[in-house]
Design a protein around this ligand. Structure first.
Ligand SMILES: NC(=O)c1ccc[n+]([C@@H]2O[C@H](COP(=O)([O-])OP(=O)(O)OC[C@H]3O[C@@H](n4cnc5c(N)ncnc54)[C@H](O)[C@@H]3O)[C@@H](O)[C@H]2O)c1
Length: 270
């Protein structure tokens, strides 16, 4: 495969300041993409954009935007379409995680609204603002690719992360519906990471290990996930190698989808 398969292509990454979004941004830039990075964390967003620009000399435009607000999303989309020649990749990735352990009955309405509005409504708003425009782009055979970030707990119920899980289950279905609506010009898939060390967990492996211990969760692959694990899948989903794949959810979880199995069941150390 051409190492620069994203040359002359644009990629818009929400939640691009840190974590998966930042990691993916570097790798897409390395493969030739110009970038729009969207986030609410102004300082981190500026830093990430600057670092990528200095390293690869691509166009990298940071845009401050709260993806849960339709007016902000609409003006972000307008600016992004003006800045980039095309938006070939949309990585719908911005998201928040609540405190682990707050069950469904203890979750307040404000917490529910915040999680659902950021994680699910946010992806819907961004896809709504850009999806049809992406599908009308001229590149062949595919006009663009949308990748939505879901989660293992959107597939396997985890009552310690109830509303977060519901929001991510919604994301998986959102991607499948978008895949139907935008075929045959745009592929749309989602990915479901497991438990990865990123700023969403303060970059602290101990927080993740505690969560796994308390939930009696074992990881058959016997380690925590990394940003790089997700980045590798995201390169595949952005590449021509995945042009015939649409409407699917990709687990990238070390088989942790077995959430809830007793700790003694598997011989792993974490
Ligand atoms: N780290 C994991 O183990 C894990 C597992 C499954 C899914 N995820 C998902 O991965 C995605 C990326 O998370 P991450 O782990 O890289 O953590 P992260 O906190 O580094 O990245 C999330 C980014 O989204 C941004 N964001 C939050 N609310 C926003 C809003 N309203 N508008 C715009 N940007 C906003 C944050 O500022 C942050 O930069 C999220 O959707 C998260 O739910 C993470």
């Amino acid at each position: 495969m051409n190492k620069k398969f994203l040359e002359e292509k644009g990629a818009l990454i929400t939640g691009g300041a840190t974590g998966f979004g930042r990691g993916v941004a570097f790798e897409y830039a390395k493969r030739g993409a110009d970038l729009v990075l969207v986030d609410i964390k102004e300082k981190e967003l500026e830093e990430t954009a600057k670092e990528i620009k200095n390293k690869y000399n691509n166009k990298v435009i940071p845009i401050i935007c709260d993806v849960s607000k339709s007016d902000q999303v609409d003006s972000m989309a307008k600016q992004a379409l003006e800045e980039l020649d095309n938006i070939y990749i949309l990585y719908n990735n911005a998201g928040i995680a609540p405190h682990y352990g707050l069950n469904l009955f203890r979750t307040g309405e404000d917490e529910y609204d915040l999680i659902m509005n950021t994680n699910l409504k946010g992806q819907w708003l961004v896809a709504k603002a850009l999806g049809k425009k992406i599908s009308r782009q001229k590149s062949e055979p595919i006009a663009g690719k949308i990748i939505c970030c879901a989660s293992v707990v959107g597939v396997t119920p985890n009552s310690a992360l109830p509303i977060y899980g519901i929001s991510k289950a919604g994301v998986i279905l959102l991607a499948k519906i978008l895949a139907q609506d935008l075929a045959p010009k745009v592929t749309v898939n989602s990915n479901s990471p497991g438990f990865h060390v990123t700023p969403i967990f303060n970059n602290d492996p101990d927080i993740l290990k505690k969560m796994l211990r308390e939930g009696y969760v074992k990881t058959p692959m016997n380690r925590l996930g990394t940003v790089e694990d997700v980045v590798k899948l995201m390169i595949f989903l952005a590449s021509p190698a995945s042009n015939f794949i649409t409407g699917h959810n990709f687990m990238i979880d070390g088989r942790i989808a077995d959430v809830g199995i007793p700790a003694t069941f598997l011989k792993s150390k974490i």
